[in-house]
Design a protein around this ligand. Structure first.
Ligand SMILES: N[C@@H](CCOP(=O)(O)O)C(=O)O
Length: 432
């Protein structure tokens, strides 16, 4: 399949080129030239997720150098379960898609591992430099997926003082080919720096830069696959198409779900649930998109004022892009975590609580019309300092999360300036 930039619909790239580059050279984002449609029901949902994902994604890999590797890439990436649970009991319509059973306890594990599998096969003899900006979860997943790979070194930029203590540990604890960089600024500064580095042809070529953020389509394809897989499962017992509620920050997850729906997955209404960052809500209300400075919230991985994937959503056909937006502030996040724990013993992370709160706000009539799937995006242990006081009890880590506690950590610190990032990249290359 050919990929086109959101800025220039004439220049076509292969999928491998798009994954390797991360973002289009003209500053746009890569989009498939057309959306492949699976005839509904033609992709059986009773196969393993890895097998399902390979089948679902095959049209994107047609005629690409990675075509023969797709099954292996999926088998390596999809190695942990994705349960669809009934957190409030089976008599309620709410189903939580638990996406946090991977090595770093966040849904980003799927995309990071898939992308690294692609890089292993595309890098050639010299390692790529995988740049990632993170507001909390992407960086840990990318560091973990990149650790000790010969095909890549990872440089992860995170905002000083705006990630949780556990997230910081998870950003800074990997082997020498992963460098964690604390930036004096917020996530939007980190993201701006990454995009500015890509826009410098010399810098980009000298370091063989690529991206592991959701600007790279390779992060989103596996997410579209698990969204479709979940939709087929949820649709089995739902007369109407299941609705989906996705916690949204940089909008990669939301775009992946819309892509899955456009490809024929049985997905009904889509609600993008945000924290107090209002950019998407205002766009939906007014029809005008205006980036804003990000504000810090309890759901810090979603503290994004200028969601990168908005331009991908805007490039979809209007029907495919149909969504509503719900905003949930910190007080409502806290109240939801406490109330659902008291009612059922289920523990949400602050991001997943935003989706759960959105389901509660639907009201009994809409709740009863169909099954509703909320994306449970991160393990609550990653936010223990927020969650434990609300539920009055300790949150137990998964074995993978517990194993991170014993690791040593290291980080670099830079001001939010491109020259500082360029110097750091040069230093790290010499040291490698
Ligand atoms: N939610 C993110 C912010 C970066 O988003 P991405 O999906 O573009 O990687 C995070 O956890 O870092």
């Amino acid at each position: 399949m050919k990929l086109l930039s959101t800025c220039d619909r004439d220049a076509a790239f292969s999928l491998s080129e798009a994954l390797r580059l991360g973002a289009a050279p003209d500053g746009g984002l890569f989009m498939p030239a057309h959306v492949p449609v699976h005839v509904r029901g033609s992709v059986p949902s009773d196969r393993s997720l890895a097998e399902f994902a390979a089948d679902w994604l095959r049209p994107f890999f047609a005629d690409d150098t990675l075509e023969g590797e797709l099954d292996a890439i999926c088998a390596e990436a999809f190695t942990f379960p994705v349960p669809l649970v009934a957190p409030l009991g089976t008599d309620r319509s709410l189903r939580a898609l638990e996406l946090f059973h991977g090595p770093t306890g966040a849904f980003k594990d799927f995309g990071a591992r898939f992308l690294m599998g692609c890089f292993d096969r595309l890098a050639g003899s010299e390692p790529l430099t995988v740049l990632a900006a993170t507001s909390g979860d992407t960086g840990g997943a990318v560091g973990c997926a990149a650790e000790n790979r010969r095909s890549a070194r990872a440089v992860i930029l995170f905002p000083a003082g705006r990630v949780s203590p556990f997230q910081e540990r998870q950003l800074t604890c990997w082997a020498d080919n992963v460098t964690a960089v604390e930036v004096e600024g917020d996530f939007d500064d980190c993201q701006r720096l990454v995009k500015a580095a890509f826009a410098q042809p010399h810098l980009s070529a000298a370091h063989r830069l690529t991206s592991a953020n959701s600007i790279n389509l390779g992060r989103l394809l596996p997410q579209a696959a698990y969204c479709a897989h979940a939709a087929f499962r949820a649709a089995e017992n739902s007369g109407e198409l299941p609705g989906f509620i996705v916690p949204s920050g940089n909008l990669g997850h939301g775009f992946a779900l819309l892509l899955a729906r456009a490809m024929g997955a049985p997905v009904g209404p889509v609600i993008l649930a945000t924290n107090a960052n209002r950019t998407l809500l205002e766009w939906h209300r007014t029809g005008r998109y205006e980036a804003r400075p990000s504000v810090a919230t309890l759901a810090n991985a979603m503290d994004v004022g200028n969601p990168s994937n908005f331009e991908r959503v805007a490039a979809l056909d209007p029907g495919a892009a149909e969504v509503t937006v719900e905003l949930v502030n910190d007080d409502a996040i806290k109240a939801r975590i406490a109330a659902d724990y008291a009612a059922s013993g289920y523990v949400w992370c602050p991001h997943s609580a935003i989706a759960a709160e959105t389901w509660h706000r639907l009201g009994a009539k809409r709740q009863g019309e169909r099954a509703w799937v909320t994306a449970a995006t991160a393990h609550p242990f990653k936010f223990a300092e927020t969650v434990e006081p609300l539920i009055g009890s300790a949150v137990e880590p998964s074995p993978a999360l517990a194993s991170i506690e014993g690791r040593s950590t290291a980080k670099q610190h830079i001001p939010a300036r491109l020259e500082a990032l360029a110097e750091l990249l040069d230093r790290e290359k010499v040291a490698a």
